[in-house]
Design a protein around this ligand. Sequence first.
Ligand SMILES: C[S@@+](CC[C@H](N)C(=O)[O-])C[C@H]1O[C@@H](n2cnc3c(N)ncnc32)[C@H](O)[C@@H]1O
Length: 329
Amino acid sequence: MSRELSLAEIFQLGYYWETKILLTAVRLDVFSALDGKRKTLSEAADRIGAHAPTLELLLNALVAMRLLEKDGDSYGNSMAAATHLVRNSGQYIGHLLLLHDAEWDNWGKLEQTIRTGQRAVDRHVFETDPELGRNVLAVLHRIGQQSGPDFAKRLQLSEPVRFLDLGGGAGTNAIAFCQAYPELTATVFDLPATLPLTERTVKEAGLESRIALRPGDFNKDKLGGPYDVVLMSDILHYQDFATNAALVKRVWTHLAPGGRLVIKDRFLNETGTGPAWTTAFAVHILINTERGGCYKTADAIQWMGEAGFQTVTELEPSAVVQGVKGYEA
Ligand SMILES: C[S@@+](CC[C@H](N)C(=O)[O-])C[C@H]1O[C@@H](n2cnc3c(N)ncnc32)[C@H](O)[C@@H]1O
């Protein structure tokens, strides 16, 4: 049994002022305006296009949040802000915060959604704002590059492999798998608006000869193949249960005998109360997608079982489920 929350912790859970101060600073691009030499308030206000006396309150709060430093009447970035919040930094993560800010109004509709069961949006961000979607994927790509190669090795594939990364985004996994398995060739299937980013990352990795790009809607368009391994990483929570079941069935028909489907996602536990981050993610998906949901490992096992996979195994708790197609199929 976990310990009871203190009153201070309850207040902390309900407190979002600093969140919105940071998101607004990123929208105003305060950190890029303060890049390099320190700036006085009026220089900063000129660069940002802001009302100086009002901006001062925001900047002072950012100093208290340790994102800025103040020296006399001039302001500059902290090291962390200079690294991650200045637009031309190679480690800029502001796009992810801009996504949170773009979803702010949807969160305001949470009460209504809970009362009525009606979703606040009719499409998800990759459809409504492809540019923001690409920018977010580029940040996730940089972060995912650290964990991708280990994940690829844990699957212990025997080569050669024809690999399909369905909804492969920036190609993070396809690139990691190519790097882990020298004889693997990959296809990244994604919406046409996403693939220009994938083209860039694949080129940066020098893997143009081993990674093909295939534009389309994976629920409707031809997937190519046959493939030895299909990966669905972080795509199924944008869709409803029945659409996922149908997609898993489609993928089964594109696998070679003995081929595997690997679903990597953020699954809830059996009671739906953990992992903790995923329970909040489930509410995020509720409020920011038309039909998405967070599923349980048992759901993925059911989709695979109904699609005809011979063996279905949870490879990593709450994270990875694998189905293997039989040779007689
Ligand atoms: C959260 S990203 C996951 C990217 C990648 N699989 C990963 O794990 O890093 C979801 C991806 O699914 C793609 N996507 C969403 N709906 C799609 C559809 N109907 N057809 C093809 N791709 C889709 C989006 O463009 C996006 O690249």
